[in-house]
Ligand binder design. Sequence first.
Ligand code: ZN
Length: 239
Amino acid sequence: MTEELFRDDAALLQCRARVLAADAQGVRLDRTVFYPQGGGQAGDAGVLQLDDGRVLQVVDTRKGDAPGEILHLLAEGTDLAGLAPGCELTACIDETRRRAHMRFHTATHLLCALVPHAVNGCSITERYARLDFHMHEPLDREQLTQGIARLVAEAHPVRHHWIGEDELDANPQLVRSMSVQPPRGQGRIRVLEIGGVDLQPCGGTHVANTADIGAVVVTKVEKKSAMTRRVILGFAETS
Ligand SMILES: [Zn+2]
């Protein structure tokens, strides 16, 4: 198991960690700031700094087969010398890439608040985010862009907290106010709350305030099928 530091502090850019194992599949660490691809959000890239001065490129981060397993994928042909189990190193994420993921990811929550329909697809990358809504009504690109801009300007705090399944059972109104049903069976659920705007279970990384999303625009609205409307977000051009 890897301690997932990014779950409680998305602003952490680096951490000291110990190697659990390293092979062609990837590097497993006892703790990490690298978010593994999941929940629609792309994995982190970055570097592993070895204490002998070598710097290894991490090109992507994925979940492994075992529960809680996180694989740091190294560039092809990387020499694994110096990555023996127990070795200490510093794991650093690519800040620019993660920052884009956090801004887009938080913006998709705003979109969920503006479009009250079920989401049946989501992809968050460094350059764009897309969300598929299960609906047949048309969506207006300009109206959505303005709605996002308003929620960004209102500077709502973004917080997460953990709740137990028993707490959820004792507060059925919480489930009703969530746009997504929480996953069951793991004992606790991570809930993302944008005060008065959106509340839903989410394990991704987000900015701390909607103001930090900055200038995001809806670049495209597409009719993917009779019952799917796709919304694509991009960063507004800034000089
Ligand atoms: Zn989220």
